[in-house]
Design a protein around this ligand. Structure first.
Ligand SMILES: O=C1O[C@H](COP(=O)(O)O)[C@@H](O)[C@H](O)[C@H]1O
Length: 345
């Protein structure tokens, strides 16, 4: 029997969006339904849900300040109850991740990584800020642009992708501070944006926004360090228009990697070599709208939902778990200025 899964969509609130939206995926009907505003908050672009679905954390903007808003979650109904928000003067972050009482954010505009401590009532004021320095050869690399902050699978380190400096930086969380422990420099001008670990914890996949490539990295979990082993294009050789690669996700069986292409407006599918972790290109599937900023696999991993920012639509695809291929289904819903999508676990 099919299941119903509750998902959330983060958005910009520059035009008509009201904040965080909730929706339901009905797997029996293969349909997205019940879209509604779950919480009114300023530009909650990126979302993170705690391990046990107890809390949802979002990027938040309040006038000229940015930070994090926190909500408790009713995991049966998906109701969000606002707890608190912590903001500082300046642009909001663009990415966040949470593990237990540690929450990290990455700020594209400020070139910073922030550490917050969470509690049962929400979040404490920011406890540590690390500013990245550096530049790159591309016109968008005039300074650091931190774009991704995520915990390693064993939660020992935090990994940061810096689009401005072409670096992947590893930090250790040391009580209320971040200690920089390793830096990998990738190809100049590539613009690292997002990263996803293979479930084996030994390989990671880095997506570069400016060069639209996936960089396959060997990961040393003892040291928190990376080494490059493969670069593979995420867009066709003959696509000459601008493409800003967006998100990267891997299936939980570790067999398929998916990336988003803003410009080519597609999702790229790659298969993973079981031994080396290296990738082989499988196919491109049109994302069903313009500017696929992110996408998500549903909890059954039989579906993928693309979030197209410029057309404001979530589009449902069936996912073949044997081939990794995607088939667009006849189901989509409107979510204005949509950025990211997450399911309750
Ligand atoms: O991918 C992108 O991200 C940056 C950072 O996001 P923001 O919400 O902090 O502005 C964004 O500025 C850029 O337009 C976009 O392509």
């Amino acid at each position: 029997m099919g299941k119903k899964y509750i998902g959330f969509a983060g958005t910009y609130t520059r035009q008509t969006s009201k904040g965080i939206y909730r929706f339901v995926l009905d797997t029996e009907k293969a349909e997205l339904t019940n879209v509604e505003v779950a919480a009114k908050v300023g530009s909650p672009t990126y979302l993170a849900i705690s391990e046990e679905n107890r809390y949802l954390y979002s990027v938040a903007q309040q006038e000229k300040s940015g930070g994090v808003a926190t909500f408790s979650v009713d995991s049966e109904t998906g109701e969000l109850n606002f707890l608190n928000a912590e903001v500082q003067e300046g642009a909001p972050p663009c990415h966040l991740d949470v593990f237990q009482n540690d929450l990290v954010t990455g700020n594209y505009h400020e070139g910073t990584v922030e550490l917050y401590k969470t509690n049962n009532d929400g979040i404490n004021p920011v406890s540590f800020v690390y500013k990245h320095e550096g530049t790159g050869p591309h016109v968008r690399q005039e300074k650091s642009h931190v774009h991704y902050t995520g915990f390693t699978p064993d939660k020992k380190f935090v990994v940061v992708a810096d689009l401005g400096t072409d670096e992947v930086v590893t930090y250790k969380v040391d009580l209320a501070a971040l200690e920089r422990v390793n830096t990998l420099k990738v190809r100049a001008g590539s613009g690292p944006r997002h990263l996803s670990f293979h479930p084996n914890g030994k390989v990671a996949y880095l997506l570069t926004e400016l060069s639209s490539e996936v960089v396959v990295l060997d990961y040393n979990a003892e040291e928190g360090s990376f080494t490059e082993k493969q670069y593979i294009r995420a867009i066709p050789e003959d696509f000459t228009e601008t493409n800003d690669a967006s998100a990267i996700h891997i299936s939980s069986d570790g067999r398929f990697v998916y990336t988003g292409n803003r410009g080519h407006n597609s999702i790229a599918v790659f298969s993973v070599d079981t031994n080396s972790g290296e990738l082989t290109f499988v196919e491109h599937t049109p994302s069903g709208g313009e500017w696929p900023r992110d996408f998500v696999l549903d909890p059954s991993e039989s579906f993928l939902i693309a979030s197209n920012q410029n057309t404001g639509n979530l589009v449902l695809f069936a996912r073949d778990q044997q081939t990794g291929k995607l088939t667009k289904l006849n189901s989509e819903v409107s979510v204005p200025e949509v950025v990211c999508v997450k399911f309750l676990k």
